[in-house]
Write a protein that binds this ligand. Structure first.
Ligand SMILES: Cc1cc2nc3c(=O)[nH]c(=O)nc-3n(C[C@H](O)[C@H](O)[C@H](O)COP(=O)(O)OP(=O)(O)OC[C@H]3O[C@@H](n4cnc5c(N)ncnc54)[C@H](O)[C@@H]3O)c2cc1C
Length: 471
C-alpha cells in the first residue's frame, strides 16, 4: 500500500476546511491544512463575522439616535464614527487566541501561497509537496464582477474583501445587488450615517426569499432613508469628478462617493490545477455526489466551492458529513442533500426561512395552507416595542410542514425549530403540544400550531363530532 504524508489534506481553511481539519485531528487522523490567507476564511475575516459586528454597531447607533439627548454623547464614541479598526482588532484576537487552540493538533501551512495539484494525491505550496490519502477542496467563492460597461475604470471598487479594512465611513455608497450581503451592508452603512442606495436587476430585495419578505424589508429601508431601485438594467458605471456615477437603461442617474459590488459569487478554482488531479468542474463550481466526493473518489469538494448553499453553517455541516462518511461503511453513509438548510439575513428586522418557499410550492403544484402569527399581535412583542415581523408557515391540511419564514425579533433563533420540524417530519400538532417558554418570541411558533388546530376544527364533520361530544 502506498504511503502518504497525511490521512487528510484540506485546501482552504474557511468554515468547511476548519471543521474537517479540526475534527479530523481530534479523531486521531494526521491532518495538514493549507490556507493561502488567514485561518477562518471568508466567513471569519471578510464575511459573516465582520459584517455582523458592523450591523451590531449600526443597531446600537440607530437605537441611540432615536433619543435626541444621546446624540451628542454618541458622537464621542470613536467606534461609531470609524467602526473598522475595532472590528479588525476583534478578528485579530480570535485569530491569535482562539484558533491557536482549535488547530493545535493540525499541521498548518498558512500564508505561504496557494495550493495546487500536482497529481490526484499531491499538492504543492511554494516549494513544498504534500501528499494525502484524501484531499478536501474547500476554497470557497469570491465576489463576482459582472461585465458592466465602465466597471473596470473604477479603481476603488469595494467588495466584501476590502470593505472591512476601510479607514473611514464614506458619505454615500451605491450598492449593486439586493441579496443578503447588499441588504445587510445597506442597512449597516446607512445607520452609521452613510447614504446607501441599492440597485439590482431582481424585482424585490432578497430575491431568493418569499416576495412578501423582501417587500417588507424594502418598506423598512424606505423609512430609514435607504433607496432601492429594483428591476434595473445598469447601462454604465464611471467616475466623474471623483464620484461614482451609475446610469440605468430605465433612465436613472445615481451617484455616490463609493461603489460596493454585491452581485453574486464565483467559485475559487483558478490556480488549483484541477486538471492535473483529473477533477471535473464547471464555472459554477465542482460537482459532487451526496458524500461530497468529486468524480475522483478520494477528492472531495466541500462548502461554497461546490455551489450548493453559500452559507457558513452549510459549509460546516457538509464538512462534518464528508468527514463522517470517510469513516463509515457504505450503508451508513449520510447524504448531505437530505438535510434542510435554514438561513437568516441579519438586517433589522432579521429575515429567516427554511424549507419550500411559496413560489416553490406553487411551481411544484403542492396544495398548502398559510398560517401566520404577527409580532404586532403578541403582547410581549408590543411591550418590548419589536412589532415589525411575524411567522408564516406553509403546511398541509393535516399539519405537514413544507416551509417557514420568520421575520423580526427572534427570527434567527426561531427558524431552527422549523428546520428541526421539517427535517424530523414533525407536524403542526406537535409544535402546538410542545411547551414553549413564555414570553419568548418563539411562543409565536406554538401559536402557529394553535391556528392550524383552530382551522382544522372548522371542518364540518369535525365540528359535528365536537358538538356531539359536548352534549
Ligand atoms: C459579507 C458576507 C457576509 C456573510 N454572512 C453570512 C452569514 O451571516 N451567515 C452565513 O451562513 N454565511 C454568510 N456568508 C457566507 C459565508 O461567508 C460563506 O458561505 C462561507 O465562508 C463558506 O465557507 P467555505 O469554507 O466554503 O469557504 P471560505 O470561507 O470562502 O474559505 C475558503 C478559504 O480557502 C482559501 N483558499 C482558496 N484557494 C486556496 C488555495 N488554492 N490554497 C489555499 N487556500 C485557498 C481562501 O483563502 C479562504 O480562506 C457571508 C458572506 C459574505 C461575503
Amino acid at each position: 500500500m502506498q504511503d502518504y504524508d497525511y490521512d487528510i489534506v484540506t485546501i482552504g481553511v474557511g468554515p468547511a476546511g476548519m471543521v474537517i481539519s479540526a475534527m479530523g485531528a481530534e479523531m486521531g487522523l494526521k491532518v495538514c491544512a493549507i490556507e493561502k490567507n488567514k485561518l477562518g476564511g471568508e466567513c471569519m475575516n471578510v464575511g459573516c463575522i465582520p459584517s455582523k459586528a458592523l450591523l451590531r454597531m449600526a443597531k446600537v447607533r440607530h437605537a441611540v439616535t432615536k433619543f435626541p439627548r444621546f446624540q451628542m454623547e454618541e458622537m464621542r464614541v470613536p467606534e461609531i464614527k470609524n467602526p473598522f479598526p475595532s472590528i479588525q482588532e476583534k478578528l485579530d484576537f480570535i485569530n491569535v487566541k482562539k484558533y491557536a487552540v482549535k488547530f493545535a493538533k493540525v499541521d498548518k501551512i498558512v500564508g505561504e501561497g496557494a495550493a495546487r495539484f500536482i497529481d490526484s494525491h499531491t499538492v504543492q505550496v511554494g516549494s513544498r509537496k504534500i501528499s494525502g490519502k484524501r484531499i478536501f477542496i474547500c476554497t470557497g467563492t469570491k465576489p463576482a464582477l459582472p461585465p458592466i460597461p465602465g466597471l473596470d475604470s473604477i479603481d476603488d471598487i469595494l467588495t466584501n474583501e476590502n470593505l472591512f479594512h476601510q479607514q473611514k465611513m464614506p458619505e454615500s455608497l451605491l450598492i449593486i445587488g439586493g441579496g443578503a450581503i447588499g441588504a445587510e451592508m445597506a442597512q449597516a452603512f446607512s445607520r452609521l450615517s452613510c447614504k446607501a442606495t441599492i440597485v439590482q436587476m431582481d424585482p424585490h430585495l432578497l430575491p431568493f426569499a418569499d416576495r412578501f419578505a423582501g417587500e417588507q424589508l424594502e418598506g423598512i429601508f424606505k423609512k430609514e432613508g435607504i433607496d432601492v431601485y429594483n428591476s434595473r438594467a445598469i447601462s454604465r458605471i464611471e467616475k466623474k469628478d471623483g464620484r461614482v456615477v451609475l446610469t440605468t437603461k430605465e433612465g436613472d442617474v445615481l451617484e455616490a462617493e463609493r461603489l460596493l459590488m454585491a452581485a453574486g459569487r464565483t467559485p475559487v478554482l483558478d490556480g488549483l490545477d484541477l486538471e492535473k488531479a483529473g477533477v471535473n468542474y464547471t464555472p459554477k463550481g465542482i460537482p459532487v455526489n451526496g458524500n461530497l466526493q468529486t468524480n475522483v473518489n478520494h477528492i472531495f469538494a466541500v462548502g461554497d466551492c461546490n455551489s450548493n448553499y453559500l452559507f457558513s453553517h452549510a459549509a460546516m455541516h457538509q464538512g462534518m458529513i464528508a468527514l463522517m462518511n470517510i469513516m463509515r461503511p457504505w450503508p451508513f453513509k449520510k447524504d448531505f442533500r437530505k438535510y434542510v438548510v435554514p438561513w437568516t439575513v441579519f438586517t433589522e428586522p432579521q429575515i429567516s426561512a427554511v424549507g419550500m418557499s411559496e413560489a416553490e410550492l406553487k411551481a411544484a403544484g403542492i396544495k398548502y395552507d398559510v398560517f401566520e402569527a404577527n409580532h404586532e399581535d403578541y403582547g410581549a412583542a408590543i411591550a418590548e416595542q419589536v412589532t415589525d415581523g411575524g411567522v408564516r408557515v406553509y403546511a398541509s391540511k393535516l399539519g405537514k410542514i413544507y416551509g417557514a419564514s420568520v421575520i423580526g425579533e427572534g427570527s434567527a433563533e426561531m427558524i431552527n425549530e422549523w428546520a428541526l420540524a421539517i427535517q424530523k417530519k414533525i407536524r403542526l400538532a406537535d409544535i402546538m403540544l410542545l411547551q414553549h417558554s413564555f414570553p419568548s418570541m418563539s411562543f409565536m411558533n406554538k401559536s402557529i400550531g394553535e391556528s392550524w388546530m383552530m382551522k382544522l376544527l372548522q371542518v364540518s364533520w369535525i365540528k359535528r363530532m365536537m358538538a356531539f361530544m359536548m352534549r
